[in-house]
Design a protein around this ligand. Structure first.
Ligand SMILES: Cc1cc2nc3c(=O)[nH]c(=O)nc-3n(C[C@H](O)[C@H](O)[C@H](O)COP(=O)(O)OP(=O)(O)OC[C@H]3O[C@@H](n4cnc5c(N)ncnc54)[C@H](O)[C@@H]3O)c2cc1C
Length: 536
């Protein structure tokens, strides 16, 4: 059999396995998972995630693994659904289900994949509580070493997929400092006091809601926050450069309708251009697409005369410096109206579709151009697709009405000074210092350099510049200095975000899984050819 090892059992791993099982029989796939429970992925673990936190993806958008999320949820016992506050009316494809339910779905699908493997003549072995501590290139493939119950276990493989997902900085809870808000349940230990959360997007909001749940409860479908007896003194400040809250998920046609202007032919023509393409070219496509879909909006922000450098300013301007809760309430009303009428906001929908259309073009640009894209266009796309479920906005507004929440903007180059023992965490800006008894850094996953790869032998063999991003190819191949390696893939999020700035989300895991399986398949074919030649 052709031996494959997959490190990690999150969504990327699951979609890779699903795609591999579609290939001809004869794969022996070993999955090594660090945690006790495999299959859920990091953000969806039941014991680590508050049940109040919703997946920010409607069920229709989750690519089915063995069955669709909605079919799986519909088959759950009524008692389980009502325990999670899910009514029969919620059982539709546009609903945003609790994140822990998504985790349970993913886990169930891993079980289904194990059955499917057997049916289709493959093998799937899953090891839980087996952190991989090293990977080494050896003659004929790779050796992957995992720690299981105090023993080192070695696995040989011709193809290795590193699907290790998120990596978060350390916390210092003793001094009230959290380097990330994950797992969210750790935030329950924060008392009702002055709490600073850096980041006012998805992660920051989740952190605020987790803390709020530890000191009170949401009622009336999330429209009312009832503080508990210990909640006096609770004040959460959400901080970000723009001081903006995300908008609520808007209604749109799914699957996506084809774009008007950025057609597959135009994208292909760009890719084929001998002189290549740059961020300006992508901006031109975006500008044309928005104008074709929503001329009124294009005129309102004066899109025809905007340069790449000024587009984001014009996009964010209507929300800057305004009362964020008033804006959020108005936006929620608009979204609810549009959901009822099943109408979309054309310019938002154009931007949403464009981010998926343009994302595959990014690995084909130079590092400098990708940086320009990240600076000038990515903030718009991220703001657009990182919209949150309306229910989350409702809860946020309920919390704000109790006076326990504010949103502020901080300077671009503000500096976080971690606690010293004598001093709490401080946020230093030119205009002064903010001090917080408790501080949660919720800026999300950052790109990590090669030196952060936790596999020492591999790191040495790769001879990569430790300070630079890991030299991963657009199809996730990882090769040493002589560039002749095959069979090693890295799709760990912080190591590929320099190539794929939108690399977060279950739909991305699905796309990654397809590409990874293709790579493994080509390794297998190359190996079969060599074997045939040797026999001949
Ligand atoms: C808090 C949060 C909420 C999110 N919510 C959503 C959402 O609602 N909807 C959505 O579409 N996306 C969401 N995302 C995006 C999320 O990144 C992806 O959906 C998905 O989790 C990525 O899958 P993954 O398998 O690449 O990584 P992960 O989910 O991080 O899984 C990686 C797995 O690898 C294991 N692992 C790591 N290192 C080792 C090792 N050395 N040995 C063995 N195992 C190892 C980990 O334990 C983990 O199980 C969220 C992200 C965050 C941070």
């Amino acid at each position: 059999m052709f031996e494959v090892v997959i490190v990690g059992s999150g969504p990327t791993s699951l979609y890779t396995i699903a795609a591999l099982l579609d290939r001809p029989a004869g794969l022996s796939i070993t999955v090594l998972e660090r945690e006790e429970m495999s299959g859920t992925g990091m953000p969806f673990r039941p014991e680590e995630t508050d049940s109040v936190l919703l997946a920010n993806i409607a069920s229709i958008e989750v690519p089915p693994i063995c069955e669709s999320l909605l079919d799986w949820i519909t088959g759950l016992p009524d008692a389980v659904l009502s325990h999670l506050g899910i009514s029969e009316d919620d059982l539709h494809e546009r609903h945003f289900f609790p994140r822990i339910l998504l985790g349970a779905y993913l886990r169930s699908q891993l079980g289904r994949l194990a059955d499917l493997a057997e049916e289709r003549g493959h093998r799937l072995h899953i090891y839980n509580s087996a952190p991989v501590v090293d990977v080494a290139r050896v003659a004929g493939g790779y050796t992957v070493t995992a720690l299981k119950e105090g023993e080192l276990l070695s696995f040989s493989a011709r193809s290795v997929v590193l699907a290790t997902g998120h990596v978060w900085p350390e916390d210092d809870p003793e001094h009230g400092y959290y380097g990330s808000p994950w797992p969210s349940v750790k935030l329950h230990a924060i008392p009702a006091t002055d709490i600073g959360i850096l980041g006012s997007s998805l992660s920051g909001i989740d952190a605020a809601l987790s803390i709020a749940c530890a000191h009170g409860r949401f009622e009336e479908g999330g429209s009312r926050y009832v503080p508990g007896p210990e909640a006096e003194g609770l004040h959460i400040t959400l901080m970000s450069r723009k001081g903006l809250l995300p908008e609520a998920d808007f209604w749109c046609d799914l699957p996506y309708l084809p774009l008007e202007y950025a057609t597959p032919e135009r994208i292909e023509a760009l890719q084929q251009r001998p002189e290549g393409y740059d961020t300006e070219d992508l901006f031109d496509l975006l500008r044309e697409e928005i104008t074709a879909n929503d001329p009124e909006y294009a005129a309102a922000i004066d899109l025809p005369s905007l340069t790449l450098e000024h587009f984001a300013d014009a996009y964010f301007a209507p929300r800057m410096g305004k009362d964020q809760f008033a804006l959020a309430a108005a936006n929620l009303e608009e979204v609810e109206r549009n959901v009822n009428k099943r109408t979309t906001v054309p310019w938002r929908y154009a931007i949403l579709r464009m981010h998926e259309t343009l994302a595959p073009l990014l690995p084909g640009m130079s590092g400098h151009e990708r940086q320009r894209f990240k600076t000038y266009l990515a903030p718009v796309f991220i703001d657009n697709y990182a919209a949150v479920p309306p229910q989350t906005i409702r809860r946020l507004l309920a919390l704000a009405r109790t006076g326990s929440l504010s949103v502020v903007s901080v300077e671009d180059d503000c500096e976080v000074l971690p606690p010293t023992g004598k001093e709490p965490t401080r946020l230093r800006e030119e205009g002064g210092e903010r001090r917080f008894d408790y501080f949660v850094d919720s800026r999300g996953q950052s790109t990590l350099p090669a030196s952060a790869l936790p596999f020492p032998t591999l790191l040495e063999q790769l001879q990569a510049d430790p300070e630079a991003p890991l030299p991963v190819s657009p199809s996730f191949g990882l090769s040493g200095p002589d560039d002749t390696w095959r069979g090693l893939y890295c799709a760990g999020l912080p190591f590929v975000m320099h190539l794929f700035p939108f690399a977060q989300g279950i739909t991305v895991s699905h796309e990654f899984g397809e590409v990874l399986a293709k790579g493994v398949d080509s390794d297998r074919r190359a190996h079969d050819e060599l074997t045939d030649q040797a026999v001949a």
